[in-house]
Design a protein around this ligand. Structure first.
Ligand code: HSE
Length: 297
């Protein structure tokens, strides 16, 4: 038995919802092929040259399958072929895609024995290997599609939200930002005043998404806690954000822990226009970049 799936990139946090909100986009995406083996081996192969480890215990898809084998007492193994288009270290959920794709496809091969929450549970072992933290804000939208709220990750409580008809422009500048470093620099304590602003934004964003209220979505895409600290790691962040808003973006910010920046727009042409601007801003400072225009998956 084998299966081939497309696994979407994801934008975690959605600016104000650190570790709780995420959105699946349809460009870029990975492709994964899984085959159920009669032997207990976990074999991982990549068709790209990103240099990701293929030893099962060191690979995000591999650890997910090892945990499934162990916890579900499986006699079978899996062969996995990963065609990776979501660049590792981009902040577009590359590790989550491998982890979520492995759990999702393995569950189908096993005859759908797991609930979606259980698929998320297993996929989170991959995120833990990649970043040291069991967060599900990339995993959940990758598995559920659209926009999701991770109300709690222990116990897993995921709320799929409405999918407004919006477009995304994203740029991945070729600078390294490790998720672990981008988490380490965050302040551990926040002021009550900032917390109030932030939960106003999160509540406003969710209400805006549910009501298809684009103006409310735009007004709520603000982050007074994480972005001021992390944006210093991303060259030209403020210039790109300001120019995107001038060109008509509803709002946007850092995708996950960066370095990618994403902007949400009402029209596809606006997203395309912003993507061209993003690319030229990085060209000017000789930083290579990749840009993506997408809608919500
Ligand atoms: N919510 C996580 C963070 C996503 O911002 O650190 C990292 O992929």
């Amino acid at each position: 038995k084998n299966i081939k799936i497309k696994v979407p990139a994801t934008v975690a946090n959605l600016v104000c919802g650190f570790d709780i909100l995420g959105m699946a986009i349809n460009n870029p995406y990975d492709e994964m092929e899984l085959r159920l083996l009669e032997t207990p081996d976990i074999i991982i192969k990549h068709t790209d040259h990103f240099g990701l480890p293929e030893e099962a215990s060191k690979n995000v898809a591999g650890v997910v399958l090892l945990k499934m084998q162990e916890h579900l007492n499986l006699k079978n193994g899996f062969e996995v072929i990963i065609h990776k288009n979501i660049k590792p270290g981009s902040g577009l959920g590359s590790s989550a895609a491998s982890a979520a794709g492995a759990a999702y496809a393995a569950n189908i091969l096993l005859g759908n024995i797991l609930s979606k929450e259980e698929v998320v549970h297993f996929a989170m072992f991959g995120e833990e290997l990649a970043s040291g933290v069991r967060h599900a804000d990339n995993i959940a939208p990758c598995i559920y599609g659209g926009i999701t709220l991770v109300k709690s990750s222990d116990p897993i409580d995921i709320i799929p939200l409405n999918t407004p008809d919006l477009f995304i422009a994203a740029v991945h500048p070729q600078v390294e930002v490790k998720t672990s470093d981008a988490r380490q620099i965050l302040k551990k304590d926040i002021r009550l005043k900032d917390a109030i602003t932030q939960w106003g934004n999160i509540a406003g964003l969710i209400a805006g998404i549910e009501k298809n209220d684009l103006s409310l979505i735009g007004r709520s895409l603000n982050d007074v806690i994480i972005e001021p600290v992390r944006s210093i790691l991303i060259p030209k962040f403020h210039e790109i954000k300001t120019k995107s808003l001038e060109l008509g973006a509803l709002g946007g910010g850092i995708s996950g822990s960066g370095p990618s920046i994403f902007m949400i727009t009402e029209r596809k042409e606006t997203a395309e226009h912003i993507a061209r601007m993003m690319s030229s801003v990085y060209d000017e400072i000789n930083v290579a970049s990749f840009v993506y225009v997408s809608d919500i998956n």
